[in-house]
Design a binder for this molecule. Structure first.
Ligand SMILES: [Zn+2]
Length: 303
């Protein structure tokens, strides 16, 4: 999918007016939370140009308020606009708040390799990106007292080890980031899978009235958390049964092996258009990856 610098502000669809939702095409949604003391940008999008557009949306609210920036995690669609806020040439100097693990992710060789690969593929979008790690770091929890709204930042590892989500108790609103997604938040490692399911449980425990995601329609609502949990519970049931039938705990990569477990995407997701219309990858290789990790995790747990 080619990337774009186009950022749109979504019309409010019932959430608290102090939250603005920005969208970069079909790629990702980010948030601006306007509190009495702070304007908080939640994620910085894919480059300085897109981050600058977020600041433009925030601009009318900045008088008398301090700008703060949050990274939910280090993935490119969430944190590659950081250079706009940090460094001697930063146009809008601000603390960038994230987990300690997020800063560590910026230092990994894979992150630099991803940047080089994407710069080569799409120089117009990524050519100017510099990897700028967050600057104000916490381990498990951090509270931002905005005066009227409180932002509770807390670790929700799994999708990535560094991931955090935000809860705003005064308006019972949860910003899940990528800890929950349509159709499912993908674990990247076998170890990440149980962490991700625990994070999903932690998110549902808030019983939030409003839940907004970085990769799901704004209308998805709190139900998506439960659908994500049901998806992984469905995988677990199918994988347990498959292991009992004698299937080995390690399957080769690829969608061809889904039938050996006997758990297709359609078997463990709601039967609606919303779920059928997702990128085909989630029905095939993506689903196979999650199945494979579940199988390996259960097999290791049983051994
Ligand atoms: Zn993402």
């Amino acid at each position: 999918m080619p990337h774009s610098n186009q950022i749109d502000l979504l019309p409010n669809q019932g959430w608290d007016e102090r939250i603005l939702v920005c969208r970069n095409g079909r790629l990702v949604q980010t948030f601006i939370v306007v509190t009495a003391r702070y304007v908080v940008l939640v994620d910085t999008l894919i480059n300085a140009a897109t981050a600058r557009q977020m600041v433009a949306f925030a601009e009318p609210h900045l008088a008398g308020r301090t700008l703060l920036v949050v990274n939910t995690h280090a993935d490119y669609d969430h944190a590659w606009g950081n250079q706009l806020f940090v460094g001697p040439d930063a146009a809008y100097p601000a603390p960038v708040i994230a987990s300690l693990r997020c800063a560590a992710a910026f230092a990994q060789r894979e992150t630099a390799e991803t940047l080089h690969r994407m710069q080569a593929a799409e120089p117009a979008i990524f050519g100017d990106v510099r990897l700028v790690p967050p600057t104000l770091l916490f381990d498990e929890q951090l509270t931002i007292d905005g005066g009227d709204l409180t932002l509770q930042l807390f670790a929700t590892p799994g999708h990535t080890p560094d991931h955090i989500s935000l809860y705003i108790p005064e308006i019972e609103t949860l910003l899940a980031g990528d800890a929950a997604e349509l159709p499912y938040p993908a674990a990247r490692t076998v170890d990440g899978l149980p962490l991700m399911r625990a994070s999903l449980d932690a998110l549902t425990a808030f019983e939030a009235q409003t839940v907004l995601y970085c990769h799901a329609p704004v209308a998805a609502g709190p139900d998506l958390l439960h659908d994500n949990i049901a998806y992984f519970d469905g995988l677990e049931r199918a994988c347990r049964a498959a292991l009992q039938r004698g299937l080995p705990g390690t399957l080769p990569a690829g969608a061809a092996h889904i039938d050996r477990v006997g758990c297709r995407y359609a078997d463990v997701t709601p039967q609606t258009e919303l779920w059928r219309d997702v990128n085909p990858y989630y029905h095939t290789d993506g689903h196979a990856d999650q199945l494979r990790m579940m199988l390996t995790w259960l097999d290791a747990a049983q051994a």
